[in-house]
Design a protein around this ligand. Structure first.
Ligand SMILES: [Zn+2]
Length: 335
């Protein structure tokens, strides 16, 4: 049983990425590769030193307008060249209202049928037998997600499954988050949780693994938000600070002192150096997230410690505070 963070790869051709064995900061060999960051023509050589590569399919990028065309065969070949685990090409039931995307139930049936066809084809045409294939499941509530699972497994079982996990931002997300975790518990096999690495989620993945004894992975692109937005994870509560050249939007630290963190990056650099080289901030973020993941994996071995940390996280975060009793009640009823 393991729970592994696979950070989404950004600017992978630049030096000092976290999976490089000779990295002067730290070595962390797991990563999540999206064909829309790397292109579909990369090879295993581009990721020397990585020991776990999960390759995305691009369904999400297609639906949200980042990609115009995604071909399942091209994606499959890309995955077979580089990946240990490939995700099937799903068609997420999403629509857009202005710039806001939302889960569109009226598109569910059509998306399910097309996603099932893609998943079957990718499994049937796979030639790299050492690569695992995880089928992507969509569904905001338990019934939708379970129906999707039943449909996609009519002709084939997969090595595991992947699901985009709701991030709790408002009250409506609490039930979705609970339902999706419940689904993973019921299906009771290896899972990849897409796009959510909050402290709460990491704690839940670990507790779930403790119960099911299965292997879980999860990805997030938030570490590499350092490169685009200068986002720096405060090391204790993961409060997201800004380390940018724009003074107005920057946290007011002394530029010539070290950031308040003892990770292998911050202990060698000043705030100014991190601002001028956001790749350093990204490495710090990956380090902070992987450390918390290891910490929560240890904590959940004891139920009382798990309950204590759950309460602590829920009650100290302004996003959860209003509904803290409900969140704690639902989670402890499941785990
Ligand atoms: Zn640090």
């Amino acid at each position: 049983m393991t729970v592994t963070f696979t950070p989404v790869t950004a600017n992978y051709k630049r030096k000092n990425m976290h999976w490089e064995r000779d990295n002067r900061y730290f070595y962390y060999p797991s990563l999540f590769v999206s064909p829309f960051v790397t292109g579909t023509d990369c090879t295993k050589n581009d990721f020397q030193g990585a020991s776990l590569i999960i390759a995305d399919s691009g369904g999400y990028q297609l639906k949200t307008g980042i990609a115009r065309k995604v071909d399942w065969y091209e994606i499959l070949q890309f995955q077979e060249r580089i990946a240990d685990v490939g995700l099937t090409l799903d068609v997420p039931p999403l629509s857009k209202k202005g710039r806001l995307e939302y889960y569109d139930k009226s598109r569910y049936e059509k998306c399910l049928q097309q996603s099932t066809i893609n998943a079957n084809r990718m499994l049937e045409h796979k030639t790299n037998k050492s690569m695992k294939t995880y089928a992507v499941i969509q569904g905001k509530d338990f019934d939708d997600a379970y129906k999707w699972f039943n449909n996609i497994t009519k002709d084939h079982d997969f090595d595991g499954y992947a699901i985009p996990i709701a991030e709790i931002k408002n009250v409506g997300d609490i039930q979705s988050f609970y339902d999706q975790i419940r689904l993973a518990k019921e299906i009771n096999t290896d899972f990849h949780f897409l796009g959510n690495c909050t402290q709460l989620s990491m704690l839940i993945y670990s507790r779930l693994a403790q119960i099911t004894r299965k292997n879980y992975t999860f990805d997030s692109s938030t570490a590499s938000n350092a490169i685009r937005y200068g986002q720096y994870f405060e090391p204790h509560y993961h409060h997201r600070m800004r380390f940018t050249k724009n003074e107005e939007h920057r946290v007011k630290f002394d530029l010539d002192k070290r950031p308040p963190c003892y990770c292998p990056i911050c202990s060698k650099h000043t705030v100014r150096q991190l601002i001028n080289n956001p790749m350093l901030t990204m490495l710090h973020n990956v380090y902070v997230l992987k450390e918390f993941n290891e910490y929560s994996f240890t904590v959940v071995q004891d139920y009382n410690e798990f309950s204590w940390l759950l309460k602590k996280i829920v009650e100290s975060n302004s996003k959860y505070q209003k509904h803290s009793k409900e969140i704690i009640r639902l989670i402890t009823s499941l785990l």
